[in-house]
Design a protein around this ligand. Sequence first.
Ligand code: PEP
Ligand code: MG
Length: 323
Amino acid sequence: KSTLMKALKNVPSSMVDGRPISLVANISEAADMDQVFENGGEGVGLLRSELLFMGRDSFPGEEEQFDFYKKVALKSQNKPVTIRTIDIGGDKQLHYFGLPQEQNPFLGYRAIRISLDRKDLFIVQLKAILRANVFGDLRIMFPMISNVQEIREAKKVLEAAKVELINEGTAFNPDIQVGIMIEIPSAAVMADILAKEVDFFSIGTNDLVQYTLAVDRMNEKVSALYDPFNPGVLRLISNVIEQGHKHNIHIAMCGELASDPLATLLLIGMGLKEFSMSAVSIPFIKNIIINSSFSEAREVYLKVNEMSDSDEIKAYLKTLLPI
Ligand code: PEP
Ligand code: MG
């Protein structure tokens, strides 16, 4: 395992025919950066910012948040780091925030919905990120976007954060890419429209699968139905990649499917060029990439596209794996 890691660390992640595929990491704190580079990661595709808000008694203020993001930026070797704004609610609770008990927490008050409802808290996070952007190449990503208005409203808060920083005379870097998670089916269907509003998409398959198939991602009773290879899910993913590229924005995937070796060639065949995953998975996915060609991947996608049964799809994809 660690031999593969060492052997591939400095090998560029390109296919046999030269197509580059970017492999980046999902992290939760600055200390995780070391592992990212040890495994040959080229940056961070998803910094889940929740850890900063958990295991404490009150919201961290702007200085504390700034210190956290600055630490990440300083460790990033100037590689891109995508910071997702707070994604609490659903399975992630904050005891001091007093979120109400809900019948359907995954369909309820969570993520960007909380941020847009509590702009007083949201602006603090955005100001801290803008300030830390002086020390690295940070990007901002909004979770759980379901429509175009939420993007526009969130971007307004980002502009208000810049105005506040200017008025205070605080140093910051306003030049920051803004993207969204595609993890709600309406966003995947409307990818062509949403692409006009942002610099990038990151496909969050963990939630996208849950919402598309109406299968609670935490409920073991229905876990057999939780299937990223369901052709309905695959069609949505393929639409996001196609429409995103048609509108010239950057498309990544940061859900668990990005680290599933069964899916690698299929996703590349759909056109995906950036995969974000836990750092330890990077060498395994890189090993598939450097031993395959884009034309092979294209063929895999075209074949799967003809299939209607996910068992058939998975059985076929298994035949492609090195034994
Ligand atoms: C996702 O939904 O795929 C995702 C990456 O976010 P999280 O797992 O944090 O909900
Ligand atoms: Mg999610």
